[in-house]
Design a binder for this molecule. Structure first.
Ligand SMILES: CC(C)=CCC/C(C)=C/CC/C(C)=C/CC/C(C)=C/COP(=O)(O)OP(=O)(O)O
Ligand SMILES: O=P(O)(O)OC[C@@H](O)CO
Ligand SMILES: [Mg+2]
Length: 241
């Protein structure tokens, strides 16, 4: 099966706990040229907030995926394309590898496994909420990140390796190392993408560039630039994927 994300160069991640820039709508976000929306955030997440954003975004012609950060924030809804569920490879607490997932399977009888996929996260900004929650070991070098990417794909069958620098622009050598280690698995990169150049730079290595805070802090014009950066980088890549 071709993965839904196979052609995604760029994703906007909407945090239901944050607002859009005044005067902008989800329709404007969808019109930036981004390939998909992920809805999720670490702190302040509730089912109500999630439901509100899902309802507002599924009205448009763009894939919408929930990225759950806890069991209570998952909603099921007509028009939703599916679920991209994090599994944090370098978490300090196994709850974030399998524990939350076990609880979700135990409590939710309506999981649609056909549209549920996992993202093998490697969390690398120690000051981010996600690093603090998961007690991630962020003090790892490019070799170790590459090895995580390798085992994610080869031992655990992961199809997405997500290099997560939430809040800061990451180390391109680390992203490159992950990309080199991944054979078929796609490398997602997120963190601190704020303009064309940043998206272009990470898009040279990662298959998909994710933009989060920018949509809430700066708005759709800035996001559109990053879409162009990611897409230009992709079209210039020798492997063409
Ligand atoms: C199995 C289910 C249903 C849930 C568990 C899912 C897991 C393991 C989540 C792990 C870590 C996590 C919270 C991932 C979400 C990724 C994300 C949205 C990160 C961005 O958050 P930050 O930028 O750190 O936080 P804020 O912007 O909310 O402060
Ligand atoms: O908010 P930013 O820093 O763009 O990070 C995006 C995303 O990777 C967060 O999960
Ligand atoms: Mg954030």
């Amino acid at each position: 099966m071709t993965a839904p994300w196979a052609e995604w160069d760029h994703i906007v991640k909407i945090d239901p706990d944050k607002t859009l820039v005044e005067g902008e709508t989800f329709q404007d976000v969808c019109a930036t040229g981004t390939d998909a929306l992920e809805i999720g955030g670490t702190t302040g997440m509730t089912e109500e907030k999630m439901a509100r954003v899902v309802e507002a975004t599924t009205a448009y012609d763009i894939p919408v995926y929930i990225e759950p950060s806890n069991v209570g924030a998952v909603v099921h809804r007509e028009g939703l394309d599916g679920y991209l569920v994090p599994v944090v490879l370098n978490a300090g607490d196994v709850f974030w590898m399998t524990g939350a997932h076990k609880e979700w399977a135990r409590l939710d009888d309506d999981i649609d496994w056909g549209s549920t996929f996992t993202e093998a996260y490697i969390v690398l900004n120690p000051d981010s909420s996600v690093a603090r929650y998961t007690e991630a070991d962020c003090d790892i070098d490019a070799d170790e990140v590459a090895a995580y990417a390798e085992i994610a794909e080869r031992m655990f069958g992961q199809r997405i390796v997500y290099i997560e620098y939430s809040g800061i622009f990451g180390d391109t050598e680390i992203v490159r190392a992950a990309a080199d280690a991944a054979e078929e698995a796609r490398v997602f990169y997120g963190g601190g993408i704020g303009d064309y150049d940043a998206a272009y730079e990470m898009g040279r290595h990662a298959d998909t560039v994710i933009v989060g805070d920018l949509v809430h802090d700066e708005g759709v014009d800035a996001v559109r630039e990053t879409v162009e950066g990611a897409k230009d980088a992709k079209s210039e890549r020798a492997d063409g994927v």
